[in-house]
Design a protein around this ligand. Sequence first.
Ligand SMILES: *Cc1c(COP(=O)(O)O)cnc(C)c1O
Length: 388
Amino acid sequence: MAGRNHLYIPGPTNVPSEILNAMHVNMEDHRSPVFPELLTPLLQDLKKIFKTEAGQAFIFPATGTAGWEIALTNALNPGDKVLIYRFGQFSHLWAEMAKRLGFIVEIHEETWGKGIPLDKLEARLKEDPKHEIKAVLATHNETATGVTSDIGGVRRAMDEANHPALLFVDGVSSIASIDFRMDEWGVDGAISGSQKGFMLPAGGTFLAFSQKALKATENSTYPRCFLDLKDQMTANQNGYTPYTPSLPILYGLRKSLEMLLEEGLEHVFARHHRLAEGTRKAVFAWGLKLCAQPGFESDTVSAVVVPENKDAREVISTAFSRYDISLGAGLSEVAGKVFRIGHLGDMNDVSMLGALAGVEMALLDNGFNIKPGSGVAAAMEYYRSTAK
Ligand SMILES: *Cc1c(COP(=O)(O)O)cnc(C)c1O
């Protein structure tokens, strides 16, 4: 098919040509005297994206999933108790990982479509006077349901309960797209990955640890090797890595950081908000609903609920085979019930309108009772009225 397949899945996202070009490099000697000139500034600039000055940033040649494991195994001890709210496939997988790694996992079920309930969290932490809970695992942006939780609010709840647990945040589909303030929110472990807001291929886990979390790593007896932060720190100190780095990811990240910082983080967040708002206007004009309940809507991904007599998988498959666009599937509990539109990364008004037109055609093809052009028109009017 001529033209290109556009990714409107919430990761991997479209890689801008500037980044693709920057990644196209010959391999280099990662033990050479000039290698630190690449790595050291990357680790410094990453901190700006996490909004941390006090913390330390790390890069591992892995994916977001490894970031979860790094946080758990470097700062905790075997058998420690962790608390997590589960409201989608990603919070579910993180909870399952913690179980498989031998932690005691206190899972609180929350409706898929809602985020972390701050009042319940505060009440639960107040019931833990012995501080048996060692870490709170918070999924900032639940990519499966298009739900964003209030991490500043999580911090306030922990402080209200006077609880010393570490706060680990999965920001894989939020950091670099949605406002994230590591220092201000007292986040101890912030986890992200290359393939979403950073607009890179998968293959990089980017994370930052607070001084409190770094201190906890000194006493952690959890066995680890490839994902050990101490080895990273020792090597990073001199501008090197404990094993072979993924050079294309590092060169791509150099370009990605330049692009994000040049646009300005606040502008990046505002752009994502506009793209998301236009998408939501289209969804409502089609007479459809979001999986996210009011107040939890994500600016990086919208999970759209289809009527009960429809199968969202058909919409996704029509969109792909007839119109060459990729939409996100409903995962696990919401399989067939939702399709997801990713609106993050290298995206602007017109690319979003292309996505919405493709979705609209696929909906019409599948017999959805919608007015042709209604969603696209609603988004167009919103983008026109808010364009600079
Ligand atoms: C994509 C994603 C992950 C997993 O990242 P991988 O790169 O697939 O390992 C984890 N958490 C969230 C919220 C995600 O969106």
